[in-house]
Each structure stands twice: as structure tokens, then as C-alpha cells.
Design a protein around this ligand. Structure first.
Ligand code: ZN
Length: 272
């Protein structure tokens, strides 16, 4: 069916959007395990005659361009921040849907799918080539690896890159870079009383964290750091032999990222 106005399509599809959102949001998709969602989307497109490929990162890719054409990328991410591999529970109260990852980013994925369907129905073409990507590995330790893979593949041909992520009243128009580390301290450990005085991994990690929390805070551009998770030790009467920290820093300026990296390496070098 063809639509005279885009609004007609939006209106016609509104109720179905909600149904599709509920369906898709139920499918578990932790970063690096988005395969079920990817397959669902592939099948959905297939039923509508739209060709997709699933690349080695499990990104669902829809190409609308000729060889050597410049490309605009539009993407939304399939993964959710929750580790569940069982179906996710979605509930509706009035006009609101509640469930893991409904807003971030499943709703955007659903709307992208429907836009792609509309473009396909009406044989629309952009001035440049268009690449739609339902990408994987955006959240947490996914480290944006789905999108990174796309950028690696198309490099300079990409003239614009727009990610639909988050909510209606937000727009991010500058890039924020981040670097993430898993930092593990290993030492011999021992008995808390008999071996008192030996190195304790938790204590060492705490010292590193203390130094990191006193590093220079850069003001040229918004620059942040975070201790996301710490783990370590075994029991009350054992000197901890391992301790692990998840640490990240971010900035909207490359120069600040470089300084954060230098500061991090310098602090860690005191303990290695
Ligand atoms: Zn997101």
C-alpha cells in the first residue's frame, strides 16, 4: 500500500508501532548477544521484501547505495544494558511502557525499521547513499564495537553519521570519546593474621583509585571519569590476592582524552 502523505503512514502504523515495540523489547539482547533480536529484525524485513545482511558483529545492515557513493549512516542500537538471556518483561500502564531498554534504544530501532519500510514502499532515494544499521555492542563493555566495525569498513565514504539513541528532547551534536579499562591487581595474598604486612590487592587498588580521584580535572571541554565496578578478595580473614576495577574516562576533546590517558598510565605505572 502506498501513502499520499508521510503522516498517513505514521497514523496508520501507530498502534502497530507499539505492538512491534513490545515484541522486540521482549527479546533479550545483552551486548555481544544480540543474535535473537538481529534474526527477528532480519525476518521482519524479509517479510516486507527488504534485503538485509547480518555482519560479523551481528549488526543488521540495510544498504541503499551504489558502489563508491558517499554514505550517510543512520543507526539505532539493538543491545540493552541488562545481562538477561530470558525473555524480558514489558508492562503497559496507560500510555507508558515499562521494561528494560524500551526507551534506550528499542523504540528508536522500531521507528527506524518503519522508516526503512516506508522508504522501500515508496522507492525513495537520498542525494547520497544511505546505510541503515541496527547496531550491536553500544552499551557498557560493548564499547560501541558494532558502530566501530561499520566505521572501519566504510571509513572516509561516511559523510554523516546519525545515531538515534535516547529521547525526544535530547540532541547531541558533538562527539564524545571514551576509553574503558578493566584494571586488575594481582599479588600473593595470604592469611590476614599470619601474613600481615604482605601486599593486599584491595588496598593497592584503593590507592590507585585515590590517586585517580585526585587527578587533574580538565576544563577545556567536559571531561569525566568514573569507577563503574570494583570486585576482589575472597573472605574476611584472607589478604586479598586480586582486585578489579572497571574505569572509564570521557571527553568531547581529543586533547583532553590524550591527557586523561597520560594521567592514567602515569598513576598505574607507580604500581606495576
Ligand atoms: Zn542507548
Amino acid at each position: 500500500m502506498l501513502y499520499k502523505y508521510e503522516e498517513d503512514y505514521v497514523e496508520q502504523e501507530a498502534d502497530y508501532s507499539i505492538e512491534l515495540l513490545k515484541q522486540l523489547a521482549t527479546i533479550p539482547a545483552p551486548s555481544y548477544h544480540e543474535e535473537k533480536r538481529a534474526q527477528f529484525c532480519k525476518q521482519w524485513f524479509k517479510e516486507r521484501g527488504i534485503e538485509t545482511t547480518i555482519d560479523k558483529m551481528n549488526n543488521v545492515v540495510i544498504k541503499m547505495f551504489d558502489d563508491n557513493q558517499d554514505i550517510a549512516v543512520f543507526c539505532g542500537h539493538l543491545d540493552v544494558v541488562f545481562a538477561d538471556m530470558e525473555p524480558l518483561k514489558i508492562t503497559q500502564k496507560g500510555n507508558y511502557l515499562y521494561g528494560p531498554g524500551v526507551g534506550d534504544d528499542t523504540a528508536n530501532v522500531v521507528h527506524l525499521m518503519q522508516v526503512i519500510h516506508y522508504i522501500h514502499l515508496h522507492h525513495l532515494h537520498g542525494k547520497t547513499g544511505i546505510l541503515f544499521v541496527l547496531n550491536t555492542c553500544e552499551e557498557g563493555l560493548g564499547n560501541s564495537n558494532g558502530c566501530r566495525y561499520i566505521v572501519e569498513q566504510y571509513k572516509n565514504r561516511i559523510k554523516s553519521f546519525i545515531s538515534f539513541d535516547g529521547y525526544l528532547n535530547q540532541c547531541t551534536n558533538s562527539a564524545v570519546g571514551s576509553k574503558r579499562y578493566r584494571l586488575t591487581v594481582h599479588c600473593q595474598g595470604g592469611h590476614s593474621y599470619a601474613d600481615f604486612g604482605k601486599e593486599n590487592a584491595i588496598e593497592t587498588l584503593s590507592k590507585i583509585m585515590y590517586e585517580l580521584s585526585h587527578q587533574q580535572i580538565l576544563t577545556e571541554a567536559k571531561t569525566t571519569y568514573n569507577f563503574g565496578k570494583i570486585e576482589g578478595g575472597t573472605t574476611i580473614n584472607a589478604i586479598a590476592s586480586t582486585a578489579t576495577l572497571l574505569y572509564e574516562y570521557r571527553s568531547s576533546m581529543q586533547n583532553c582524552l590524550d591527557i586523561m590517558e597520560k594521567q592514567f598510565q602515569e598513576i598505574v605505572s607507580h604500581y606495576s
